[in-house]
Design a protein around this ligand. Structure first.
Ligand code: AMP
Length: 324
């Protein structure tokens, strides 16, 4: 049977549904889960629909906090739906195993399949795109409205680099168009997503001053705990460093190394034209072709990763001519 049909059947079979997403959630994780929760609540008012996570996303806080607190005993006869999360150990809810059945809905590479039912489409630009697809496919049963469409659209926008990434297809735009028909206030949405405060722009100026460039065009920067403190910014704001480096001609790989409170280093790897996730995997991480990440323990690993990225860029540039 078609997996989307199976998912709808399961949703209809359960009286209680618990939704979750990945740890350190991004816009897609937030939008897809808040959107799914809102759609299911509107469509099935007699069911209990919960969104249960262990952490939140600062830059999506304007959407409101949709997280519920429930008792462990509520899992036993519940259906759990985990969205945008590639592996069990990244679920932002360590009670998932208590649920009666588990559904995975994701667009990451399926290295570690899980769940009783799994709908994974790696070519999708976002998990929100999949939720939009589910809603539009089953529009006779699933009720979208302006609010839920806004949640889902917000995730599509943020995970596709504002519809710029290669993963954006005609289908992505058709689904986004269907969501816009619900009257999303895009002025307010984009203002929430684009406007920066003073401290962030001061941080950006520091990043542009301190960023480093390798011989072949890898731009990278290391952000220490002290730097975060100096600018009075959160860990999450510090991690946004990677998006500041994405528009430099010839730099087809860019990397942010951000020191975590426990001393480990979060690596955020990005590329255009060439793929980079194989490098993240070498360091125990993973991700998409052009957006990947890993966690490192020491400076030697940072130096090694930059050197390998530089070699990969050199090889790519020697092989292909159509990059910028
Ligand atoms: P980020 O830079 O955190 O936005 O991550 C980009 C992509 O890489 C995400 O889609 C994650 O799934 C993946 N990723 C990031 N960090 C890790 C990690 N430590 N292990 C596996 N995958 C990761």
């Amino acid at each position: 049977m078609d997996i989307k049909q199976t998912i709808i059947d399961k949703i209809e079979a359960y009286d209680r549904i618990i939704i979750s997403r990945h740890i350190r959630p991004d816009g897609d994780a937030v939008g897809s889960t808040m959107g799914l929760k809102a759609v299911l609540q509107a469509s099935y008012p007699n069911k209990e629909i919960y969104l249960v996570n262990q952490d939140e996303c600062e830059y999506m806080a304007f959407l409101g906090n949709g997280t519920d607190i429930i008792d462990d005993s509520m899992y036993a006869d519940a259906l759990m739906i985990v969205v945008d999360t590639s592996s069990l150990n990244r679920i932002s809810n360590d009670k998932y195993a208590l649920a009666q059945e588990l559904i995975k809905i994701d667009h990451h590479i399926d290295h570690t399949p899980y769940g009783d039912y799994s709908w994974v489409e790696e070519q999708r630009s976002s998990a929100c795109e999949m939720i939009a697809d589910l809603c539009i496919t089953y529009s006779d049963r699933l009720i979208l409205d302006k609010q839920s469409a806004t949640y889902i659209f917000a995730g599509m926008v943020t995970d596709s680099g504002r519809f710029r990434y290669r993963s954006v297809s005609g289908e992505t735009m058709r689904l986004a168009g269907s969501l816009l028909d619900y009257g999303i206030d895009t002025d307010m949405l984009y203002a929430q997503l684009y406007l920066d405060d003073y401290a962030s722009l001061k941080y950006a100026s520091y990043v542009y001053e301190k960023m480093q460039l390798t011989d072949n065009g890898v731009v990278h920067i290391y952000i220490s705990i002290e730097t975060r403190e100096q600018f009075g910014i959160s860990f999450e704001e510090a991690c946004n460093v990677v998006s500041l480096l994405d528009s430099i001609k010839g730099c087809i790989v860019w990397i942010g190394f951000i020191q975590c409170d426990d001393g480990t280093v979060r690596v955020r790897l990005r590329s255009r034209f060439m793929t980079i996730n194989q490098l993240a995997e070498k360091y125990g991480g993973g991700g998409h072709d052009c957006a990947a990440g890993a966690t490192l323990d020491n400076q030697e690993q940072i130096i090694g990763l930059v050197e390998q990225a530089d070699s990969m860029v050199a090889e790519y540039k020697a092989t292909y001519s159509s990059w910028l």
